[in-house]
Ligand binder design. Structure first.
Ligand code: OAD
Length: 246
């Protein structure tokens, strides 16, 4: 296992097609809690609220918790320097696609393109009855929002992020697989690698011969299995150090 900034920079500079695979850790320094570990969302929240069948059966009861946990930061958070470094690398041609498990839109807010939102997004909702799409910024979040286009029973809105028991958005899934197939380097940033199928993307890339650089505060599921370079520390700081020698 290698762990030097210089080695990571050399691998990135020599790469023809680099992808990033990101998780909650890259947004932690923007003030959004991660899911697991100290202060994590799942330590104090019952994951049942994101089970699709539970939400569909108990929408009113569940809505307040979803709003308080996931929309609490909506419109109030901004990208951090890790998001901007990735954006800058895309501009310079060092980075192609970003496959993210995050639903916070911070990669795009930092100016990134080719962002594949594997777990969907907080930024829109859809009617569970007719599928009509709504921008979250236009919705009154105080009570369970309803569709204005259809008047059927149970025409409430569901956030467009992936609930447990729901499939991965097809477009994001296909684009992620295509990117992982093309990649000769994958940089994994701030994810525990515990949630499938997302977690399998770096494994899939590794099996195709892709080099893996990992940044995390602590070792993850990937570290001893597929990471060629593991850089321990905060995403903002490690990315800045790599950037300084690129
Ligand atoms: P986790 O909370 O499981 O893991 C966050 C990772 O980020 C941990 O490994 C931390 O050590 C690391 N970390 C924290 N702060 C960091 C920092 N400043 N710099 C670098 N690393 C840092 O979050 P995810 O792996 O993203 O899915 O979770 C995956 C999925 O589980 C989420 O997308 C969500 C959740 O259930 C759904 O809700 C469908």
């Amino acid at each position: 296992m290698r762990n030097s900034i210089l080695e990571a920079a050399e691998i990135l500079k020599a790469a023809k097609y680099t992808i990033a695979f990101t998780g909650a850790g890259i947004s932690a320094e923007s003030g959004i809690p991660t899911y697991r570990g100290k202060g994590g969302v799942w330590l104090e929240t019952n994951p049942k609220i994101l089970e699709l069948s539970f939400f569909l059966q108990n929408p009113e009861e569940t809505w307040a918790q979803i709003r308080d946990k996931f929309y609490r930061y909506f419109g109030k958070i901004t990208p951090n320097s890790a998001h901007y470094t990735l954006s800058n690398w895309q501009t310079k041609g060092f980075l192609c696609d970003i496959i993210t498990q995050n639903i916070d839109h911070l990669h795009q807010d930092a100016g990134c393109h080719s962002v594949h939102e594997f777990h969907g997004t907080l930024h829109s909702l859809s009617c569970v009855h007719c599928g009509k799409q709504y921008k979250a910024s236009t919705i009154d979040m105080h009570t369970l929002p309803f569709c204005t286009a259809c008047s059927k029973r149970r025409n409430f809105l569901k956030p467009n992020f992936v609930f447990f028991g729901e499939g991965i958005p097809e477009k994001a899934y296909d684009a992620s697989i295509k990117a992982a197939e093309k990649a000769d380097v994958c940089i994994i940033i701030g994810t525990s690698g515990l949630v499938r199928p997302a977690a399998t993307i770096p494994h899939f890339a590794h099996e195709n011969g892709t080099k893996i650089i990992e940044i995390n505060l602590e070792p993850s599921n990937y570290t001893d299995s597929i990471s060629d370079v593991f850089l321990a520390g905060k995403a903002t700081e490690i990315l800045a150090q790599i950037d300084a020698v690129m």
